[in-house]
Every structure is written in structure tokens, then in C-alpha cells.
Design a protein around this ligand. Structure first.
Ligand SMILES: Cc1ncc(COP(=O)(O)O)c(C=O)c1O
Length: 468
């Protein structure tokens, strides 16, 4: 995570060095700067980006950061540095949440082990099958035409199958994040209250804040949200929408237990509310068979079902679907039209080619084995080296959610870990309110089993430094 003061410190250091050195000189590497300033690589990268924007330094990918060529004297007005200070007043205060999302998507510096990112390591992606699917789509010129705004009927029918919905209830969207944003806009108005599990996906928290919603966290444990607390929260706040991840939740890995499914659906039904089911991890099972989507047990249109292919295939396959019945479905189709009109036809076609090919089932079987090996290697390394509590091992998904037994600052620990060469994500941004303890999110899907021991040895060094 980038922290404003640390970014300023690194900027000032680099500014002084760049001012004193001739054009083209090499500046310290990201690694040196993280160590010198006890800052995370994300912070250092933010400082470098700011100075690149100013034209003071030049970043050459793979080579490093250099002092930029200085402008000759007497340059004309057009090439003078623009005065953008007026934007401070015009834009006003910033909304919260986007920075955490940027940090989540930041590219890890070379030489580090990334236990972060939130997508499959490229080695685990079905690259050949994706290429073949895209090539088949490219041979179909009709894919470039407009098609139905809500998406191809055959792709909608595929997404409708698991939640037991009709193709007509589905609308295609460009990824899960867009699906969350459109759904919140369709179901709520600014000023409304949104209930969320605590902790929950920080991209959903950011989208809710950007939509002007008040977010109220509801406690959850290893078996998912606590139904009594959910019912009480609906009653107390008057909220009519609950965002939930019932399967392998990000970040905790929790799956809603069978007995709680009924109670949660009852609470939603009795209060006349919607439950947004973010089923982002349906294809990421490791142990056993995942329970069916909640939407499959909801005849009356309370559950709005979201499913994305980005997590199980590749981040660039930006195809997801939203399933909603009745007026909610009509509002969603209208919201999606406002957002993008419709999703690129060739990408929809490629997604359909992929998920209906025999290669898809082969990929899912291989993925299950690989994820299990990575999860278990990380758990073994944690047990060997660190007093962190990983709780119950998740039965699917991409992440471990570990609690520090000590009174430790999770953001400082993540920064120290980055300086030691392992990228992890602090727990704090996943909570809508104060975190009850310090946590880290470790993405086992992002690194091969052989690197897990070294990753945890580096994390342990960071832990010892922060704890000293
Ligand atoms: C729970 C959850 N939902 C949705 C998303 C959005 O993913 P995408 O837009 O790549 O489909 C993410 C990404 O991290 C996620 O973790």
C-alpha cells in the first residue's frame, strides 16, 4: 500500500539526487529505495511515477530509473510545464478506496516473490486453450456486430445453468468489478446502506463508497456470515441490500455452511431484501464439490448472482455475468447499457468457445491439483517458520488469511516484507470499519510451491524486524 508521507519522502530524496546528477545518470533501484526508506515497492513506484509525470526522471523497464534529459533554456510556452493547480479546487475531496485497489493491482518489482495480486499465476492459466478460443472467435466476422446489448444468448445460457436461472435473466459484463459496480447502481440510491461481510473484497467496498453508500459490516467466521447478526443488521439499519461471497470468500476463504444458507436466505426473504452473491470463485474448488449457488435455492428473485471468468481463466478474459429476476433484472440491463452499451463480441465469443471446449474441464482438473499443492506448501512453510494463525485451511479459492498472534502493525509488516523481497497484502483495507486484529492476505495461487518456503523465510525476517 502506498502511504502519502512515505511517497513524499521518496520523492524528495529522488528529486535531490536528480537535481545533483547529470542527465541520463542512473538513480537508486526500487529495491535500494524500499530498504533505505522502509517503504513498500508500491510506495516507491508511486514516487517514481509522480517524478516521471513531472518529467524529472525517466523509467526504463528492465533497466532502472534515470535522470531525464533537461529542457534547453528559452523553451516556448507550449512545452512549459502546465499549471494544473486549479484542479485541486475543481475536484474537491477524494473518495476513499481507490488507492487500495490500485495497490492490489500494482505489478510486483523484479526479484520479489509475489504472494499478492488476486489472479492466477500465468503458469496456471489455460494459455493454449485461450489462444485457440480467440483464434476460433477471430474466424467469425459476425462476432464484431452489435448483437443483443445484454450479451450473446448462448453465453448467457451457459452462465445461467449453475444458478438455475434463465438465459433471459442474465446480462454479460466486462469482468466482476464492473458487475459489482453496475449491480450496486441498479439496486441502490446514493445515501442507502449496504451490508457486507466483515472482512470483504476491498473492490466491493470501494465501489460502494463511490456509489455514495454507507457500508455496514456484519461479522462472519469460518462458516460465513452470522445469520442472527445479519437479521439484526437488516432490522436496525433498514438496509435492503447485502453483498456476500458465500463460496471461498476473498479474503478469508470461508464458505457459507449448509445450515446457515437457509437462515441467510430466510433473513433476506423476510426483510424483503436483495443478496448480491459474488460467485467469483466457483471454478476454484480444491477439496470436495462446492455447494450450489445461493441463487439456485431462491425462487423469488432475492438473490442477484454474479460470476466472473477472470479468476479461473485469466485476468484479461474480462467476461462476467449478472443474473437477476423481475424488475431488478430490468434495472440491471438498463444500468449496464449506461455503463458500456455492450461487451466486445469477439471476447464473448472466445469466452464461450473456451468454457464449452473439452480443454476447460481439463484446465479445471489441473487447476485443482496445482492450487492444492500451492496452498499446502504455503501452510507447511507457515507452520515451520512463523507464529501466524492461518485458521481452518480454505477448501478453495486463491488466498490464505492469516492472523498475527502478536500486536503487530499489518501495514508495517507488509512494507517490511516487501523490503525483504516478498509481497503480501495487509489486512486492514478489507475491513469496512476498525479491524478486530492484524491480518495478512497471502495469495498462494500467485507463486509456485517450490518458492513458498523462501517466501515465508523472507516474511519471517520482516516479522522479526517489525516485532523487535
Ligand atoms: C470477490 C471478487 N469479486 C470480484 C473481483 C473482480 O474481478 P474481475 O473484475 O477481474 O472479474 C475480484 C477481484 O479480485 C474479487 O476478489
Amino acid at each position: 500500500m502506498s502511504d502519502g508521507n512515505a511517497v513524499d519522502r521518496v520523492i524528495q530524496d529522488l528529486r535531490e539526487r536528480a537535481g545533483a546528477a547529470p542527465s541520463g545518470s542512473r538513480l537508486p533501484s526500487v529495491r535500494e529505495l524500499t530498504a533505505r526508506h522502509h517503504a513498500s515497492p508500491v510506495t516507491v513506484a508511486a514516487a517514481i511515477r509522480a517524478l516521471v509525470r513531472e518529467g524529472l526522471v525517466e523509467a526504463r523497464p528492465g533497466q532502472g530509473t534515470f535522470v531525464a534529459q533537461r529542457e534547453p533554456r528559452g523553451r516556448n510556452r507550449q512545452s512549459a510545464r502546465p499549471d494544473l493547480s486549479w484542479q485541486t479546487v475543481a475536484l474537491g475531496a477524494r473518495r476513499g478506496g481507490e488507492e487500495e485497489l490500485q495497490a492490489l493491482l500494482a505489478t510486483p518489482p523484479d526479484g520479489t516473490i509475489a504472494l499478492s495480486g488476486g489472479y492466477l499465476d500465468p503458469e496456471l492459466q489455460p494459455t493454449a486453450a485461450l489462444g485457440a478460443a480467440l483464434a476460433r472467435a477471430a474466424r467469425q466476422p459476425a462476432a464484431w456486430q452489435r448483437g443483443p446489448a445484454e450479451g450473446r444468448a448462448d453465453l448467457r445460457a451457459w452462465f445461467a445453468r449453475d444458478p438455475g436461472l434463465r438465459a433471459d435473466d442474465m446480462v454479460i459484463s466486462p469482468g466482476g468489478q464492473a458487475a459489482i459496480t453496475s449491480t450496486l447502481r441498479a439496486l441502490t440510491n446514493p445515501g442507502d446502506t449496504l451490508l457486507v461481510e466483515s472482512p470483504t473484497y476491498l473492490g466491493a467496498l470501494a465501489a460502494a463508497r463511490a456509489a455514495g453508500l454507507t457500508v455496514i459490516p456484519v461479522p462472519a467466521d469460518a462458516n460465513g456470515v452470522l445469520p442472527d447478526q445479519l437479521r439484526a443488521a437488516f432490522t436496525r439499519t433498514g438496509a435492503r441490500v447485502f453483498y456476500s461471497q458465500p463460496l471461498y470468500a476473498n479474503p478469508t476463504g470461508a464458505t457459507l455452511a449448509p445450515h446457515r444458507r437457509i437462515e441467510v436466505l430466510d433473513a433476506v426473504r423476510e426483510t424483503g431484501s436483495f443478496l448480491i452473491e459474488d460467485d467469483y470463485a466457483r471454478d476454484l474448488a480444491i477439496d470436495g464439490t462446492p455447494p450450489p449457488p445461493l441463487a439456485a435455492d431462491d425462487p423469488d428473485g432475492h438473490v442477484v448472482h454474479l460470476r466472473s471468468l477472470t479468476k479461473s481463466a485469466a485476468p484479461g478474459l474480462r467476461i462476467a455475468a449478472i443474473g437477476a429476476r423481475g424488475q431488478a433484472g430490468a434495472r440491471l440491463r438498463a444500468a449496464r447499457l449506461l455503463d458500456d452499451l455492450f461487451v466486445a463480441g469477439p471476447l464473448q465469443q472466445a469466452a464461450l468457445e473456451l468454457v464449452t471446449s473439452p480443454a476447460w474441464d481439463r484446465h479445471r482438473r489441473a487447476l485443482r491439483k496445482e492450487l492444492r499443492a500451492r496452498r499446502d506448501a504455503l501452510l507447511t512453510a507457515l507452520r515451520r517458520h512463523l507464529p501466524l494463525d492461518a485458521g481452518q485451511a480454505p477448501t478453495g479459492g486463491l488466498h490464505l488469511w492469516v492472523r498475527s498472534g502478536h500486536d503487530i502493525d499489518d501495514v508495517a509488516l507488509a512494507s517490511a516484507a516487501a523490503a525483504e523481497g516478498v509481497i503480501v497484502f495487509p489486512g486492514r483495507p478489507w475491513f469496512a470499519a476498525e479491524p478486530p486484529a492484524a491480518y495478512l492476505r497471502l495469495t498462494y495461487a500467485a507463486a509456485p510451491p517450490a518458492l513458498m518456503d523462501e517466501a515465508v523465510v523472507r516474511l519471517k525476517r520482516a516479522f522479526d524486524k517489525v516485532n523487535a
